[in-house]
Structure formats: structure tokens, C-alpha cells
Write a new protein. Sequence first.
Lengths: 336, 304
Amino acid sequence: MSAGRAAAGPDAAGLAIETHDLSKRFGQQAAVDAVDLAVPHGAVFGFLGPNGSGKTTTIRMLLGLAAASAGTVNLLGRRMPEAFHEVLPRVGALVEGPAFYPFLSGAANLHRLDAAGRHTVPATRKARVERALERVGLEHAAGKRVHAYSLGMKQRLGIANALLSPRDLLVLDEPTNGLDPQGTREVRNLVRSLAHEGTTVFVSSHLLAEVDQMCTHAAVMSAGKLVAQGPLSDLRQAGSTRLRLVTPDDGAARQVLTRLGLAPEPAEVDPGKPSPDGGTIVAALGASLQQSAPLPEEVVAHLVQAGVRVRGFAVERESLEDRFVALTGEGFDVAQ
Amino acid sequence: MPSSLPAEIPQAAGTAPQAAPQRASKRSGSGAPGSGLSFLASELKVLFSRRRTWALLLALAAIPVLIAVAVKVSSAVPPGRGPAFLDRITQNGLFVAFTSMLVSVPLFMPLAVGVVAGDTIAGEAGLGTLRYLLVAPAGRVRLLLVKYVGALAFCVVAPLAIGLTGAAIGAALFPVGPVTLLSGGVVQPAEAAVRIVLIAAYIAVSLAGLSAIGLFLSTMTVVPVGAMAATVVVSVVSEVLDQLPQLEWLHPWLFSHYWLGFGDMLRQPVLWDSFGSNGLLQAGYVAVFGALAYGRFVTKDILS
């Protein structure tokens, strides 16, 4: 079912998460301000934003934990929070970090949270708990009290809880928080494999590299507002590919680049570090590598033919981080 | 995990899509009463596997032990001094149970119940598990009900712990024989044991109202200690007001008014009047504070 829907494409399938004008006020302060999210079925959707930008509050409203001050939420095609008892069994969630009973073992915690669900089948509970623990690599710590778990283990247990039942949608709030690099990679693989099965994954994060590596779509929050949303490739602005050339022959290189139709940026725009290899020239490589602009290797060939000493050459794509900073502002100014 | 992952995917993909929607629709149609009990069972298991619950019960069970030992090692208690029944313990060990239940009702029981009832929702909120219970989804009304029934279960177990420990330690340290009741009749020890259970039931009913108050207070905060303390304070205030003759008009409405009325369980035949009035009063408190808890909790933003 889910896999078929994913294959059919977002347009045919409708949206897994859809909000209209979603707002949350705490007194005078608008924590979330008129957010229109559109998460297609089958997407791995990165939900980005600096601390305090309203990501977690949005997630709380999606899951019916907090009431919206205004606007609507549709989850898997049903209105939330009214239809929670039909929607939430199909949704696995990790909200604002894991939380467990410290005096119970990992497995006992999962049993408890699974029993709390109205629709879960007690007969299969043991097997489902075991499989969920296995999936996050906690089978050996299943009998240990959560009290003795490290932050990373709790995080894994939180993900295991989200995977207790087959889900159509996973909402993961900062899933790699507290994990070591290996754990982070495992989570990425897990998310990919789940997405491959057809589960829509909604991941909030402030770690751009993480989103960059596993998401198909993303949205960016800033100060309670949604400032960008769409397929990751659109967001990244595939157009802004540039080349970076290091050469001592500045003048000749610029001539070649201009002849090739590339506009080298004036040197003072990007002074770079003084280097024994010479100056750095930056030039936009056109709308996309596939389009009319010359291929990078051709550029190098032309440069070398013209006798330019090429000591460094790189093709750079504007990183998601550049885009993110452009959207949300630089520095530590957390949303007031 | 990474190596074993791919092997599991086909299996998961195979079971997941067909199983989930079918089960969901079938279950929601039938109302799934079975899983409701499963949640209650889980709640009771968590409550009674907590060390804190056991510490409370042990502290309560220590009351009859202390009383019995004190009476045993001291010289005979002159009649008419100390708590009711105290002077009868040396003749009949079963009176340890009656004495200790009587002694514990005004303070120890409300303390213990305050801890358990005050913790119901606030404790989950403090741990952060509340949000996961609700996302499970437990359903807010269902969660309140399960939590309240859990607190009631403690109200049943706590007086039983005192009564049964009292009977056991009394039987161990003193002779056991027919018990002379307040009405003058005499019952055999087996019948007296039934009376101990009856008194425990009376106390359990007495605490139902306080538990509902605790449940309501517990929905007001994410700090469980605050809800616990508030619940205990409310019970003390009620008992103090019950002592003021100027407020006599108020007394029948105080939830603690019938707390010490279980002497009627020690008559032959049993007088059920106070049991009935107490039950009615407690039911009123449960209705009012249950409704308040419902009103508060159903619309509450879970931000912890």
C-alpha cells in the first residue's frame, strides 16, 4: 500500500502532512505563525530551523499534544486532533527527545507504551518489542533499566518506540541528538530503509548535513514562520554551482573564463587567503552543470591550453548550509 | 544494526501495509475492549513495581508492627488511655489491626494516597512519558480513567496492608480469641478477619474522593511533588474544618467527615448507614473532581 503510493508520486497520493495557516500563540508571542506545511507521501522530509524557531511546537500540534491557536492540521488525510484515534496508531513519533520510566527496563518501557495504545494487539506485543529493539541495536540492553542507559541508548529506545507498530508516517524530532557518529549513520540508514518501505518520514533537525544526506524534501522555519519548503534539490538552488580556481596567472585566467562565457567575480569579492599558489578566482558555472555552460573539465582544458598555471580547481555547489543561513540569518540570534 | 537491517526490510514491508489498516478499522469498530484492560494491567504493573509504592506500603505496614511491639514490651496499658482498642491488644492480638487502621486514617493514609494520586498525571508529565502515552495513542479520557483506577487500587491495597499485617503481628505476639464488638456481641476470629477486610474496604471508599482531588491537582502541574503536597494539604484542611464546631453546617460535606466512621463495621449486625453516606459523599467528590480533571486535562497543551 504505502510503497505503491510512494511510487505513484506525491501528486497522485495527496499529502501525508498538510497544515493550513497553523498558528500557536503563547500570550502575545507567536511561537508558530501561519505555517502551511505540505509533506508528500513517501517523502523523507527535513524540518529545519534554528533553536526556538517553532519546530517542536509545530510537531506537538501535528500530533495533537497541543491545540492550535488557529489553522488546521491534516495527518494522513484525516483532521487532527479530532481523528487522533484513527490517525495516531499509524504514526510513530519521537517528540522532543526520548522519555521513559527510569525504573523500568528498556523492553518493559516499550511494553508499557505499546499497551497504552488503543489499537495495539497484545498477542504480538512481545515479538514487536523484540523486533523494534533489534532494529535499533538495543537487543542486548533490553533487560537493563533505562536509568542506566546512556543518552544515545535512550535515543535509540525512543526510535524503537516509534517503530513498535508498522507505521505510515514517522515524526522524528532531532533523532540523532546524542548519538555518536556511528549511531547517526545507523539512524540515517534506518530512515532510508523505512522510506524505501514507503513510510513517510518527517525529521526535524538543526543538523544540516543530516538533512542534506537523507532527505528528499525540506522546509525551513525561522522565528515561527515557514520561510522555505520544497524538494531538496529546489531548495539547494541547483543553479548556483560555481568554480573556484587557484592560479598565480590571474589576468590570463580571467580572460579565458570570460571568453568561455563565465563571469569571474571581481577579486575583492572573495579575497581568500594569501597563498603561495596565487590568487583565487570564483566564477558562477551557469544555471546547472547539464545546461549550456561548459563542463568543468573543458574549462580546465581551455585554461591549460592558454598557459594558465592551474594549481587548484574545484566545482562547488551552494551547500544547504549557505541556503539555511541565507534564510534564517547568521549568528547566534535565537528567535526572540 | 546496519548489517541485519536489509534482511528485515522485506519482512517488515510485507507485514506492515496489509496489517495496519485492516487492524485499525476492525478494532475501532469493535471498540477494542481487550486493549483497554491491557493498559490498566500495565498501569497497575508499573505502579506496584515501583520502589516508591513498596516503600509507602512498607511504611504503612510498619504502623501495626510498631504498635504491637510497643504494647508487648511495655507494661499493660491502663484502659481508656491511648487510641481506641489499644488497651485490648494484650488480651486479643486481632485488636492490633483495628488500632493501627484507626491510627493511620487521619494522617498516614492521606499522605500515602496523596503521593500516589498526586503523581498520576504530573508524574508522567515530569518524566515526559505523558506525551508518548498520548501519542501511543492512549486517549486523554482513557488515560485519566486508567490513572484513577490505579490510584483506587492503591487505596484498596494500603488499608489491607495495615489490617493484614496487624492481624498477623497481633497473632504472633498475643493470644487470639473471640472478639468482643462495640455492640457487645462476640464474634469468632474468622469473622473478625472478615471485619478487618470490611474496615479496609470502608477506608478504601473513604479515600476515593481524595484520590479524585489528587487526580485533578495532578493535571494542573508538571511537578509531581507539588500535586502530592497540595493533595495532602487539602486533606488536612478538610480534617481541621471538620473539627471546628462553628462550621457544623459544613461538616457533612467534607470528604473526611466519615473517615473515622468505620466503628459501625464492628457492630453485630453490621450497621451500613455510615458506609452508605460515606459512599454517596465520596461518589459526589469523584464526580465533581473527575469532571474538573476531565475539563482541565482534555484541553491541556502537553508541553512537557
